[in-house]
Design a binder for this molecule. Structure first.
Ligand SMILES: NC(=O)c1ccc[n+]([C@@H]2O[C@H](COP(=O)([O-])OP(=O)(O)OC[C@H]3O[C@@H](n4cnc5c(N)ncnc54)[C@H](OP(=O)(O)O)[C@@H]3O)[C@@H](O)[C@H]2O)c1
Length: 255
């Protein structure tokens, strides 16, 4: 029996990158996993197939985030998917992972880009949590995928960094709000991880540079982050809430 047997999880942006790693790991741990995607249904179905081939249970749900009514659309798709897969009602683990990047120093960021990155990275998780509260069972988990840029300044992505700062504040405040229901709320802070968000990391020289940012002197793998999320999703983390857990391999520890 896996650590999450009998639990239901929703991973936003579970179709690719870090979210895919998280969905597959939670599936291996025994959870029924709702694999959310924005536009790429085929990628989400592939993740579902991978989880099923490993003996797990999963289903895909689509909803574009960052647009009006996104959270309601997501939960409606979740409810439909769950009913079709005999999962009963409600869920135990919500992972707010879906997000987009935005490069630009302060003088380079345009207003529409600023609004868009906040809509997807900060506003959507807020309303997904708000509309999910009645579904989330007591003793449940919310894990927000934030970023190491909230600890180590990265001026080339200032607006993106601000969205993750907002997410960390959501974590802190919601943890206090939901503590009475034994629901824990935590953030995980990855450093630079090779996913579609970072196509420049295909370059070997860039990999050496990025490895050099970390105390552990290597480039992260998606599993490095997924394993931390799995811990926060499990009963082992029951006494941890309202925290920002750095998972950067020790980026920026020394000057
Ligand atoms: N990779 C890194 O270096 C890194 C570092 C720190 C933090 N993070 C954070 O980790 C999370 C995942 O990043 P990633 O690198 O895995 O990204 P990714 O490979 O680009 O995957 C993004 C995922 O989010 C979904 N998504 C994006 N925009 C969406 C929208 N508007 N509506 C619905 N779904 C949307 C995508 O689904 P579709 O393909 O269907 O659109 C996809 O499943 C993000 O929150 C990111 O900020 C990443």
């Amino acid at each position: 029996m896996g650590a999450l047997a009998g639990k239901t999880a929703l991973v936003t942006g579970g179709s690719r990158g870090i979210g895919r790693g998280i969905a597959e790991r939670l599936g291996r741990d025994g959870a029924l996993v709702a694999v959310h995607y924005g536009s790429n249904a085929a990628a989400a179905e592939e993740v579902v197939k991978t989880i099923e081939q490993a003996g797990g249970r999963a289903f895909a749900i689509g909803a574009e985030l960052g647009v009006p009514g996104d959270a309601q659309a997501l939960w409606a798709a979740f409810d439909r998917g769950l009913a079709e897969h005999g999962g009963g009602e409600g869920l135990d683990i919500l992972v707010n992972n879906a997000g987009i990047g935005l490069f630009g120093r302060i003088h380079e960021v345009a207003e529409d880009g600023f609004d868009r990155v906040f809509a997807v990275n900060a506003k959507a998780p807020f309303f997904i949590a708000q509309h999910g509260l009645d579904r989330l069972r007591d003793g449940g988990r919310i894990v927000n995928v934030s970023s190491g840029v909230t600890r180590v300044a990265f001026p080339s992505a200032i607006a993106y960094s601000m969205t993750k700062g907002a997410l960390n504040t959501l974590t802190l405040t919601l943890a206090q709000e939901l503590g009475a229901r034994r629901i824990t709320v935590n953030s995980v802070l990855p450093g630079i991880v090779p996913t579609d968000i970072n196509p420049w990391l295909d370059d070997a020289q860039q990999q050496v540079r990025v490895a050099g940012y970390t105390a552990l002197n290597r480039v992260a793998e998606v599993a490095d982050i997924a394993d931390v999320v799995a811990f926060l999703a499990s009963d082992d983390s029951r006494w941890i809430t309202g925290q920002n857990l750095d998972a950067t391999g020790g980026a920026g520890l020394a000057v």
